[in-house]
Design a protein around this ligand. Structure first.
Ligand code: PLP
Length: 449
């Protein structure tokens, strides 16, 4: 990996001239030119290497450039690069079979999409058509994708600029003890009160108007809040009672992230529809989908489903999924996430929290962890205000810059940093990352009391 700053400068110049970047003020960003990536690392054209504690956007669950998956993509490209979705194609059939084998309960029909947002779009469309009802209930602290319906189902501020006010979405508060909306002091209280709040919301909205309740099994970008025991089972019960479709969004939490194949497995809950993307093939080729219950599949047994995509179940993406799922099974990737999450990540993060006054809470499981950074541990005032930009966000910017200086690429959202490395990360890589995190948290400490 010889440094080549000139090549890097050319890549950067073309990017700045012609690439319009997601979620960004185009003149205020400075994207790093990346020369290559392998396993848990990537490097720039100056030869500086970073340990990736973000897994891209929390999707490279088997790391970069896994040779077996790269080979499977090359092989598929050589035999059948593409084929239209109306045909039965080996890579597509096999991917669907392997996914259905792993999805919770009786979810065994797979509708393929190009990514997570369109999976959410289709799940909601299926729920509306299945029930004949218009509304969707979703949580304030959530992210469900960037397309029009998905971003409006999303709770985070990215929806504000896109909110037409006519999306048939009603939001509620899901449990989050550290910042409880319910004045709860224990997980049991938080769980019971959050369920009571949801039940009341359903009653006042009118159960007969609600097609679906959608939740991230474990909310990801919004802060990795593990639902208390009993919450998801309680939501399942409310859905059953009122004929509401229960949608779990596992786009981020699925495929090993939590140390289980799906986060729903942690709670023994089976939704009616489950969305996935990202980890299904580590994002090597865009792929997402919806896993569908028999009852909803039957709705579209003799009546056409009014939806589809040119690239639904693209052979290249599906071949990458088949190879990824085999690698994950044969290399024990899910078990690695569970084992190192419990034996290395959790103790290391708790030790960092003891040493650094800026850490308010550590939470998560598997390779899915959040540190809530605060100005004051007593009041829990966040290190930066909600949705802060510019000067107001300076403490988090300083934290991120310090991490990068120490060779760690951190995941940062609002006042949190998430520790979300590949699920096949090694113990030595984790330890290297925690040393850099230690140094970066010392910088954040300067803003805390
Ligand atoms: N749902 C969840 C839970 C996500 O985390 C994301 C992306 O981060 C999405 C949906 C949207 O997925 P995509 O960006 O592939 O459209």
């Amino acid at each position: 990996h010889l440094p080549d700053p000139q090549a890097g400068a050319a890549v950067k110049a073309a990017d700045r001239a012609h690439v319009f970047h997601s979620w960004s003020a185009q003149d205020l960003i400075d994207p790093l030119a990346v020369a290559g990536a392998e396993g848990s690392y990537f490097w720039d054209y100056d030869g500086k290497r970073y340990l990736d504690f973000t897994s891209g956007l929390v999707y490279t669950n088997i790391g970069y450039q896994h040779p077996r998956v790269v080979a499977a993509i090359q092989e598929q490209a050589a035999t059948m690069t593409t084929f239209a979705p109306a045909f039965a194609v080996e890579a597509r059939s096999e991917a669907a079979r392997l996914i259905a084998e792993r999805t919770p309960g009786d979810l065994d029909r797979i509708f393929f999409t190009n990514g997570g947002a369109d999976a959410v779009e289709h799940a909601v469309r299926m729920a509306r058509l299945h029930t004949g009802r218009p509304k969707v209930l979703s949580a304030y602290r959530s992210y469900h994708g960037g397309t029009q319906q998905a971003v409006n189902i999303t709770g985070d501020p990215r929806r504000w600029a896109n909110d037409s006010g006519t999306n048939g979405v009603v939001r509620f508060w899901a449990p989050f003890l550290y910042r409880s909306r319910f004045y709860a002091e224990t997980e049991e209280q938080e769980c019971a009160r959050a369920l009571e709040h949801l039940e009341t919301t359903i009653a006042f909205e009118g159960p007969g108007t609600i097609a679906a309740i959608i939740l991230e099994t474990v909310p990801g970008t919004a802060g990795i809040m593990m639902p208390p025991p009993g919450y998801l089972a309680g939501v399942r019960e409310l859905c059953d009672k009122h004929g509401i479709v229960f949608v779990l969004d596992e786009v981020m939490a699925g495929f090993g992230r939590t140390g289980e194949w799906f986060a729903a497995d942690l709670y023994g809950v089976v939704p009616d529809l489950m969305t996935f993307a990202k980890g299904v093939n580590s994002g090597y080729v865009p792929l997402g989908g919806v896993a569908i219950s028999p009852a909803i599949a039957e709705t579209f047994g003799r009546r056409p489903y009014p939806g589809g995509l040119t690239y639904s179940g693209h052979p290249l993406a599906c071949a990458a999924a088949v190879a990824t799922l085999r690698v994950m099974a044969e290399e024990g990737v899910v078990e690695n996430a569970a084992r190192l999450g419990a034996s290395v990540v959790e103790p290391a993060l708790r030790a960092l929290a003891e040493r650094h006054t800026c850490v308010g809470e550590v939470r998560g499981t598997g390779m899915f962890w959040a540190l809530e950074l605060v100005r004051n541990r007593e009041t829990r005032e966040p290190l930066v205000p909600y949705n802060a930009v510019g000067e107001a966000n300076a403490p988090m910017a300083a934290f991120a810059a310090a991490a990068k200086e120490h060779g760690l690429w951190p995941f940062v959202n609002m006042n949190r940093t998430h520790v979300v490395p590949p699920c096949n990360v090694t113990e030595a890589e984790l330890k290297e990352g925690f040393e850099a995190l230690d140094a970066a948290l010392s910088v954040a400490d300067r803003y805390a009391v």
